[in-house]
Design a protein around this ligand. Structure first.
Ligand code: NA7
Length: 537
């Protein structure tokens, strides 16, 4: 089936990332005819495209992988608590082969149009290579960080050296040895690249517009004892991440910042500092993200850590954020990022003082002159949340395009479906994201699988969320964006990193419990209102 030019299936899934693979597994297990199309030549999604040096999980490996099969959990051995890209990509390949899903995947296939056909209650899908499919259900598991963003810097295309975006990294390893390299951008990707290539390159210049609060990932190999314990703990790990509001193993703290004396607080911060990845948020004082005074206290502690890591005080000050407190933007987790600036071959350029004026054939020109490079790494981020969905060419009922419908920001129900677009689902999409990606997107995939089963069992051909439910969720998400989210409007979670994009919150700050609660309400009501029938609106 994989390479046929046409398909007629129950369920067509777009995107072979962590979410799509699980949805495909569920569809096949439930006995539907299913196919997946994927733009790349392999599986893994984020872990296929982002193969830049240093790319790795910042969720613990065993909490990011799947829990649908205990056998899989037991036989796959993660080597590190936070596994690197190559290992992650191997994992997803292992999964699709173990569960015989690869033959259902058509690679090199980029969807260019998907049009709802009311008469047949199916989606008519077209791809770049002439592939045509008809599907009862269309599931766009296209990812939130899958459309790389290049800033409109004059002359970008003129550069004659090698240039790469972290999110479109080539499969052939890039040879950095002895090269003059520029890294533009200091988000999660940029700060992962810098310390890994710094020892190899002749010169590394890091172009920073805004510093981020990068705290230690605290990665390490999984010891044989830990490995044995992991395997023995499948049920309890599954239960913990299944119930956790954020989908992690980190334990939530019930203490507030100013409950402790300054000495006890410092000791507490030092303990939190040693925790893995998101432990710095989840296991921190519970008021750390939302109480400005508490946030400032922790941010000061982190700033002091940066000052003690970076030898040159002026460079250290430039690396400390001043426009947002910790978690005001998505914080990166790093290994030896700040220490890299102590190397004689690494230099920081502060773009707030000397903005880039142009990229030339040989390098980058800022207000203080031209620097020449062999390689430029664009670590400049993504069109988050809606980027891929808006580019799918989706046309719903009455000729309405998704792009038009979402012109002022996404309108969704539980971040997985929207009115006017029957039988169309987008697990892992905007308004759903709450914590560890595969956990909440897995919840969404389960919900989608459930409602499709219900339709099949009750002879329904079209599922559409009522407008009122979509309004309810969208309004709640938008309100919580300001009352329950630590993220400021300058975060890409509001879409503000993309010129011209509507400012709208793209995550779900209500969290996973609210998502699960609303799903349960819909299920218990037998999906009341979701099967409007031919007359419905
Ligand atoms: P991010 O976090 O969006 O970071 C992009 C970086 O690129 C950030 O430092 C930006 O600075 C910088 N940027 C963007 N445009 C420019 C221009 N014009 N000039 C200079 N610098 C620029 O993307 P990442 O790929 O690092 O991480 C994405 C997610 O991947 C991450 O959150 C994790 O979920 C994994 P700015 O802050 O806008 O000043």
């Amino acid at each position: 089936m994989g390479q046929d030019q046409t398909a007629d299936v129950d369920i067509l899934i777009v995107g072979a990332g962590v979410t799509g693979i699980y949805q495909l597994y569920r569809a096949r297990e439930a006995g539907y005819s299913a196919q997946m199309v994927e733009q790349g030549t392999g599986v893994g999604g984020t872990w296929y495209w982002n193969r830049y040096p240093g790319a790795r999980y910042d969720s613990e490996s065993y909490t990011y992988g799947y829990f649908f099969s205990e056998e899989l959990f037991r036989e796959w051995e993660w080597t590190e608590h936070f596994a690197g890209q190559a290992e992650n990509e191997r994992y997803f390949n292992y999964v699709v082969d173990k569960f015989d899903l690869r033959r259902l995947i058509r690679f090199n296939t980029k969807v260019t149009a998907a049009v709802w056909d009311e008469a047949s209650a199916t989606w008519l899908v077209e791809a770049n290579d002439g592939y045509r499919a008809r599907a009862r259900y269309l599931v766009a598991a296209t990812g939130v960080l899958s459309v790389p963003f290049y800033p409109a810097v004059p002359g970008r295309e003129d550069f004659q050296g090698e240039a790469y975006h972290t999110g479109l990294w080539p499969k052939t390893p890039v040879d950095f040895a002895g090269k003059r390299v520029a890294v533009i951008g200091t988000g999660s990707s940029g700060v992962q690249v810098v310390p890994v290539i710094a020892p190899e390159v002749a010169e590394l210049t890091v172009y920073q517009r805004t510093p981020n609060w990068a705290t230690p990932l605290n990665n390490r190999p999984i010891t044989p004892d830990e490995q044995a314990e992991l395997k023995a703990s499948f049920a309890s790990i599954k239960e913990t991440v299944g119930k956790s509001p954020s989908g992690f193993l980190h334990v939530h703290s019930d203490k507030s910042t100013f409950d402790d004396s300054p000495e006890d607080r410092l000791a507490f911060y030092e303990r939190v500092w040693t925790l893995g990845g998101f432990g710095k948020i989840i296991s921190n004082y519970r008021d750390m993200t939302l109480n400005p005074a508490a946030n400032a206290e922790w941010s000061r502690f982190v700033a002091d850590k940066i000052r003690s890591a970076v030898h040159d005080p002026a460079t250290a000050e430039k690396l400390i954020p001043t426009d947002h407190g910790y978690a005001g933007k998505r914080p990166p987790y790093v290994t030896d990022y700040y220490e890299a600036f102590n190397r004689p071959n690494v230099k920081l350029v502060d773009l707030t003082q000397t903005p880039i004026t142009t990229v030339t054939e040989t390098g980058i020109e800022t207000a203080d002159g031209l620097r020449e490079f062999d390689i430029i790494v664009w670590a400049t981020g993504f069109d988050f949340g809606t980027g891929a969905l808006n580019r799918l060419g989706a046309v719903g009922r009455d000729g309405l395009t998704l792009k038009e419908y979402w012109a002022d920001g996404p309108l969704t129900y539980l971040g997985l479906m929207c009115h006017h677009f029957p039988n169309f689902f987008f697990p892992g999409g905007p308004h759903g994201a709450a914590g560890n990606n595969p956990r909440y997107s897995g919840d969404q995939s389960d919900f989608i699988a459930g409602i499709i089963d219900y339709a099949r069992d009750h002879g329904q051909t079209a599922i559409e969320v009522p407008k009122a439910l979509e309004n309810e969720w969208t309004d709640m998400v938008n309100e919580a964006a300001y009352t329950m989210s630590p993220f400021k409007e300058l975060s890409y979670f509001f879409g503000t990193n993309i010129p011209g994009k509507a400012k709208a919150f793209l995550l779900n700050s209500l969290g996973r419990p609210k998502l699960l609660q609303m799903m349960e309400t819909a299920i218990k009501s037998d999906y009341d209102g979701f099967f409007p029938g031919p007359e419905g609106e």
